[in-house]
Write a protein that binds this ligand. Structure first.
Ligand SMILES: Nc1ncnc2c1ncn2[C@@H]1O[C@H](COP(=O)(O)OP(=O)(O)OP(=O)(O)O)[C@@H](O)[C@H]1O
Ligand SMILES: [Mg+2]
Length: 388
């Protein structure tokens, strides 16, 4: 395993229109760290991995892997993929169809002439790690999708490379298998740490696996930190939206009352200073309640009148889609996720078409200025709960 250092990496594509896929990206990855890259489609995740692997040539910047400079635009250094000791597990598993599982897994050892590892049972040992030891003599066509995915994992890990790159390696698996392979991967990394960059679209995967998590936008990293920090303290609205704070209330203090989306918010205290007369609050669907009446608001809670547009049963929870009950509003939807058996979070029955109050404690939300940057706002002050 190795420390990885990416400095001012730039990769553009000429196409129509030209694209800056990786935009002067800086990234340091510690030895043994499992770094998760999260970001919307097209933000440059795959291109970053391909530059690390040597499959794309960046325009400028540098990449160091351990003590080896593998790319440097200024010095004209660009090592070919086979000269970089990197394992890759990509979304399309690309197993060799004519080779058995054993030969597929052994391939990186053979091509790097790691004969000691080959002869000491490394292939069998790695296959066992991903629960594939009974499949060694089969061809890829004789495997299920999930089994192929696990073989691809074993192939990426077998040579104990300096760095392992994963590009959405679990996205082709069904939910149960995805959880299983994710747990195996986490356990494996805990037992035998290796340096990894793992791209995913799946937030729960990112939270579960990452030593650190990086959120990308348009070829750059917007926020990087331990998953808990990124999840709980997003630096801006983009990250907040990306990590599940989907309810957005732009609050405005006008003539002594708070409004959001054209409707009044009950229960919020007047702003402490002029600077907080307008801000945006973001709330997770799990952090709001639905009550029948404004009189049902708890001490410290604020509320806004909503119309229930739809209710979906989700087993352990109900997903209630609401919109602000003002006729001329743009019907911005709000989402409440209510535990099915918790009557304190919503009345026993919530039905489509009902008029209700969406209740929230501002301390459970995160606030942002009108440019979308996180505010260090004493949220408690808004509710007056401390004063009360
Ligand atoms: N070979 C190419 N030629 C031209 N443009 C490309 C090429 N490869 C990628 N791009 C562009 O570069 C940008 C980044 O692409 P990339 O594949 O890195 O995105 P991504 O974050 O992996 O997205 P996804 O989540 O959809 O896989 C996109 O705008 C894409 O259209
Ligand atoms: Mg991609």
């Amino acid at each position: 395993m190795s420390h990885v250092s990416i400095r001012q990496l730039l990769k553009n594509f000429d196409g129509k229109p030209p694209t800056v896929a990786v935009d002067h990206l800086d990234l340091e990855i510690e030895d043994g760290e499992f770094l998760v890259l999260l970001g919307p489609s097209g933000c440059g995740k795959t291109t970053t991995l391909r530059c690390l692997a040597g499959l794309e040539q960046p325009a400028s910047g540098s990449i160091t892997l351990g003590d080896q400079l593998v790319f440097d635009g200024d010095r004209g250094v660009n090592l070919t993929p086979d000269k970089r000791f990197i394992g890759m597990v990509f979304q399309s598993y690309a197993l060799w169809p004519h080779m058995t599982v054993r030969k597929n897994i052994a391939y990186p050892l053979k091509s790097r002439k790691l004969t000691d590892a080959l002869n000491s049972g490394r292939v069998e040992e790695t296959a066992a790690l991903v629960d594939c030891e009974r499949l060694l003599d089969r061809l890829p066509a004789e495997l299920s999708g999930g089994q192929q995915q696990r073989v691809a994992l074993a192939r990426g890990l077998v040579s104990h490379p300096d760095l392992v790159l994963f590009d959405e390696p679990l996205s082709n698996l069904d939910a149960r298998l995805r959880d299983q392979v994710r747990a195996e991967l986490h356990d494996l990394h805990q037992r035998k740490p290796f340096t990894a960059v793992f791209v995913t679209h799946d937030q729960s995967e990112a939270l579960a696996l990452g030593t650190r998590m990086a959120i990308m936008r348009a070829g750059q990293i917007v926020q990087i930190g331990p998953p808990r920090e990124v999840f709980e303290e997003p630096v801006d609205e983009y990250v907040a939206g990306f990590t599940g704070m989907s309810n957005r209330l732009p609050c405005e203090y006008v003539d002594g009352r708070w409004y959001a989306l054209g409707a009044e918010i009950f229960g919020m205290q007047p702003p402490a200073g002029a600077s907080v007369g307008s801000f945006v609050i973001r709330l997770r669907p799990e952090k709001v309640r639905l009550v029948a009446d404004a009189a049902d608001l708890r001490h410290g809670e604020a509320g806004i009148a909503v119309h229930v547009d739809d209710v979906e049963y989700g087993g352990l929870h109900l997903d209630v889609m609401c919109s602000v009950a003002v006729e001329d509003s743009a019907r911005r939807q709000l989402h409440a996720r209510i535990p099915t058996h918790d009557s304190s979070r919503a009345p026993r029955t919530v039905s489509r078409g009902a008029a209700m109050i969406l209740a929230f404690d501002p301390i459970d939300g995160r606030t942002f200025d009108t440019d979308g940057r996180a505010l260090a706002l004493p949220q408690r002050a808004l509710t007056g709960a401390l004063a009360g």
